[in-house]
Design a protein around this ligand. Structure first.
Ligand SMILES: NC(=O)c1ccc[n+]([C@@H]2O[C@H](COP(=O)([O-])OP(=O)(O)OC[C@H]3O[C@@H](n4cnc5c(N)ncnc54)[C@H](OP(=O)(O)O)[C@@H]3O)[C@@H](O)[C@H]2O)c1
Length: 287
């Protein structure tokens, strides 16, 4: 007689033509847990956009510690990117600085091919590059600012995902994608940059859809949503003292350090997160 579990499987196969294949993969995963050491036992390469500073740079180091070779993307500051490359190499991993605008589709293609040429197949992507534009009310936000923010935060991130999926497929192995979102997608950032908040909400929706579309291949796609974090992004937006202004409204009473966001991203990249996909993980001090 069929067990309850088998009955459920049979019912699932009549609804979803891929159910048998998925079930086989899932059973294999259950029967063969990945007990390999995380430390470099497999060849792993992550491309991190905007990794010369802030959250991206901290993520590069956390990923290197966890066994990844790292392609460090930057747009302007080659010296800062080279410093991150040196820090990754000091952890015993390979690294390369890859210049390119994460909002430009030609640059994105080149970034992936340079990373592959130097480090081998890209097995993970962290879509970290993100911009806000000048801080201020929506009524004073220009069309150009809105277009540029969406170009980098949404369209560029989508193009990076497409390149990463092509890499995973070409090399016949599932990968992991982490899209760096923001708590702004939930708060809306009134008076500061609601166009930015809207771009991160779009990234969240894209993350959920893409994750569910590719889940059957074994590739996982998640977003990590940081709360306000000590980086240059606030000065770039025109308010270097923003951290002190917003800290009191954070339940934990302080901003995040980039390393705290990086640890969340590193967890999603790791085999410990093997059953986590299609979700937005908040790292926001309680907001
Ligand atoms: N900091 C926060 O409070 C906070 C909160 C929530 C979410 N986030 C998100 O976290 C991510 C990282 O933010 P962050 O605060 O670490 O930023 P950041 O300190 O301003 O660093 C920006 C990084 O992105 C690079 N970059 C900027 N525009 C780029 C482009 N078009 N193409 C490629 N690289 C580009 C910069 O390269 P160069 O050095 O060459 O300029 C730099 O490496 C963003 O997606 C942001 O929206 C941040």
């Amino acid at each position: 007689m069929a067990s309850g579990h088998e009955k459920n499987q049979n019912a699932a196969s009549t609804k979803n033509p891929n159910a048998a294949a998925i079930q086989q993969q899932n059973t294999a995963a259950i029967n063969k847990p990945d007990l390999k050491p995380r430390d470099g036992a497999q060849r792993k390469t992550v491309l991190i956009t905007g990794a010369s500073r802030g959250i991206g740079a901290a993520t590069a180091l956390a990923a290197a510690r966890d066994g990844f070779n790292v392609a460090v993307n930057y747009v302007r500051d080659a010296a800062a990117a080279q410093r991150v490359v040196g820090q990754v190499q000091a952890l015993g991993r390979r690294a390369v600085a890859v210049q390119g605008d994460a909002g430009n589709h030609d640059d994105i293609k080149r970034m992936f091919s340079e990373a592959e040429a130097q480090l081998g197949p890209v097995t993970a992507l962290v879509n970290n590059a993100g911009i806000t534009g000048p801080i201020g009310p929506f009524s004073r936000t220009s069309d150009d600012t809105i277009a540029r923010v969406f170009q980098v935060n949404v369209l560029g991130a989508m193009a990076c995902c497409r390149e990463a999926l092509a890499c995973f497929e070409r090399h016949g192995q599932p990968g992991v994608i982490v899209n760096v979102s923001s708590v702004a997608a939930r708060t809306g950032s009134p008076g500061e940059y609601i166009h930015y908040a809207a771009s991160k909400a779009a990234l969240d929706a894209f993350t959920l859809g893409l994750a569910r579309e590719v889940a059957v291949t074994g590739t996982r796609v998640c977003a990590v949503a940081p709360g306000t974090t000590h980086t240059d992004i606030h000065a770039t937006a025109g308010e270097p003292d923003r951290p002190a202004r917003v800290a009191p409204r954070i339940p934990m009473g302080r901003l995040a350090h980039p390393e705290e966001i990086a640890e969340t991203i590193a967890f999603v990249l790791s085999p410990a997160a093997s059953y986590i996909t299609g979700t937005v993980i908040s790292c926001t001090g309680g907001l």
